[in-house]
Design a protein around this ligand. Structure first.
Ligand SMILES: Cc1ncc(C[n+]2csc(CCOP(=O)(O)OP(=O)(O)O)c2C)c(N)n1
Length: 569
């Protein structure tokens, strides 16, 4: 009997195509971007990303509030120079993270927030935690989108990271519906952009003619000053900036993340004479910081001075105040190019007198403040607390300020000793960044000491994540400047409505934050006498634990910046 074909030939084994899920594709794209940790608070919508992170060797750091996850991603970007990443669930998970994204937006910090969403096949049917996340995030991100298909998951993560670096850096948001994350697609149908191959360099120097023009101006200037702003650090231009001020011999002021670019004591480092310097300079160079409220919108700069601005963002240059020359590009790269353009024809004028004039101004301001800074008063003067913290910092201490008046006081006194060792919220002025920034900084740089000063109000916003620091064994030295009030607001109320109406909506209890720290497994002490601050800080350092030193400060001492209410002007 003739054999049938099927009997003579084995049936071809149809190999099932290898598949991969959306969450695992996300993790692959995170890995390609160099992300080694995500900050998260769990939710059913996003668990496939966690599973992908396990495969890719990406750490999953779980916190107690999504705001903390988003601030930590912002902080991580600031400390590492890589974008940070937070992953949160749909609905309340994403709305909780809004403040963190908004803070990163104003601070120009590159981070990706991934939010869950109800399944696409239940789109707008009223699924659990369904909200218009993309609409909510669009005004506070550089890019916000939904991933519409599992095969696009990795590609869109890479796209979102690329968008973070368009102009001045900032956050991106991706919403990924649950079925898009959970479904699997054949591996070959999904694009996974390759590390280092999906974007160009951001190190542009802009128009070379403007570089030459700035070099000419600087060489000729008799009384130049430069303000180094946060983008100097964001662009990792600290070395270029240092060489620039030294080679061209220019007095430098620093603000935001650029603080510490030059160490205190450096002959080019100026701090307390900024107003005088601006008022008397013939050339003012503003690098990587906008003319916003911190700069009096640029309107306090004298009309007589030549004003030059360098910024990542074309839209920032010349905004709010006319300028004489604007350069758009990477601030560090531009400063390096200007140094090169000017070298060989260094300034013909002798700037010794200008330096001496500024130094005298600086010294006078310091001497005026010194008695309060060294005050033995009880209750403790906030300036004395700031002084003790400044004395305590080493070259390896990353300083974080999170509070109102107490941090305003410290801004004048605490001087980071190295670049990238100062962290504050930035222009959104968000209370509550402190603990998340500690988490990010200590996680990213375990070799560094992290020192944080909190107002008692600010600490309370995100303080429960002190427990996260204990759980992850991340020691830091924390100080609460405790005045049982939201003092920065109280001052304005008392000034405007009188003492008897000044205590409305700004009160806090006499909370023993040292006990709170101990309850959660950390180290805690309280201090009432100024001479005990230094030894308590040392014991906190030696404890090797997350710590809180609760320092009772004078509730009736207000910072000059608060009394002028400069932040609202
Ligand atoms: C998230 C947030 N909410 C409210 C404010 C407004 N605000 C600015 S300073 C301040 C008081 C902060 O109090 P605290 O941290 O205790 O510092 P203090 O001024 O008492 O030194 C408040 C509520 C803010 N900046 N951020």
């Amino acid at each position: 009997m003739a054999q049938t074909v099927s009997e003579t030939q084995p049936t071809a084994v149809v190999k099932e195509p290898e598949t991969i899920s959306g969450g695992h594709l996300v993790a692959k794209a995170l890995k390609a971007e160099g992300i080694d940790v995500i900050f998260t608070l769990c939710g059913g919508h996003i668990i496939d990303i966690y599973d992908g992170c396990v495969d890719e060797g990406i750490a999953v750091v779980d916190v107690r509030h999504e705001q903390v996850a988003a601030h930590a991603a912002d902080g991580y970007a600031r400390v590492t120079g890589k974008p940070g990443c937070a992953v949160v669930t749909a609905g309340p998970g994403t709305t909780d993270a809004v403040t963190g994204v908004a803070n990163a937006f104003r601070a120009e910090s590159p981070m990706l927030l991934i939010g869950g969403q109800g399944a696409l096949n239940q789109h707008k049917m009223g699924s659990l935690q369904d909200l218009p996340h993309v609409d909510m995030m669009t005004p506070i991100t550089k890019f916000a989108a939904t991933v519409p298909h599992t095969a696009r998951a990795a590609d869109m993560v890479s796209m979102a990271f690329r968008e973070c670096y368009n102009g001045a850096p900032g956050p991106s948001f991706l919403e990924i519906p649950r079925d898009i994350l959970d479904n699997s697609v054949p591996v070959e149908s999904a694009t996974v952009p390759e590390a280092g191959h999906y974007r160009g360099s951001t190190k542009s120097i802009g128009d070379p003619a403007s570089v030459e023009a700035l070099a000419d101006l600087l060489v000729r200037a008799e009384k130049p000053v430069v303000l180094l702003g946060s983008q100097v650090w964001t662009s990792r231009g600290s070395d270029a900036a240092t060489e620039f001020v030294r080679t061209l011999d220019i007095p430098a002021f620093m603000n935001g993340s650029a603080r510490g670019t030059l160490p205190p004591g450096d002959p080019h480092h100026f701090h307390l004479s900024r107003r005088y310097g601006f008022n008397n300079a013939d050339l003012i160079l503003i690098v990587g910081t906008p003319f916003d409220f911190r700069m009096g919108y640029g309107r306090r700069l004298p009309k007589s001075a030549t004003v030059v601005q360098i910024d990542f963002d074309y839209r920032t240059v010349g905004k709010n105040r006319d300028i004489d020359l604007g350069l758009v590009g990477d601030p560090g790269a531009i400063l390096a190019a200007v140094t090169q353009a000017a070298s060989g024809r260094l300034h013909k004028t002798d700037r010794k007198a200008w330096f001496a004039e500024l130094r005298a101004e600086e010294d006078a301001a310091y001497q005026k403040r010194l008695p309060r800074q060294l005050s033995d008063a009880n209750p403790i003067h906030p300036l004395r607390l700031a002084h003790e913290i400044n004395e305590f910092l080493t070259e390896d201490s990353i300083y974080i300020g999170d509070g109102g008046d107490i941090v305003t006081f410290s801004g004048g006194v605490v001087q980071p000793k190295s670049p990238g060792h100062w962290m504050d919220p930035g222009p959104l002025g968000t209370l509550g960044v402190g603990i998340p920034f500690v988490l990010a900084a200590k996680y990213a740089r375990p070799d560094k000491e992290v020192v944080a000063l909190f107002g008692d109000g600010a600490f309370s916003l995100t303080g429960w994540d002190f427990e996260t620091l204990v759980r992850y064994k991340l020691p830091f030295v924390g100080v609460v400047g405790n005045n049982s009030s939201m003092n920065q607001i109280r001052y304005g109320q008392e000034a405007k409505y009188g003492k008897d109406r000044g205590r409305i909506g700004n009160t806090l209890g006499d909370v023993k934050y040292d006990e709170f720290a101990r309850m959660l497994g950390g180290y805690g002490e309280e201090v009432r006498d100024p001479k005990d601050i230094g030894p308590a800080l040392l014991r906190a350092r030696e404890s090797g634990l997350p710590s809180l030193i609760n320092v009772w400060v004078d509730p009736d001492a207000y910072a000059p910046g608060t009394m002028n209410q400069t932040m609202y002007k």
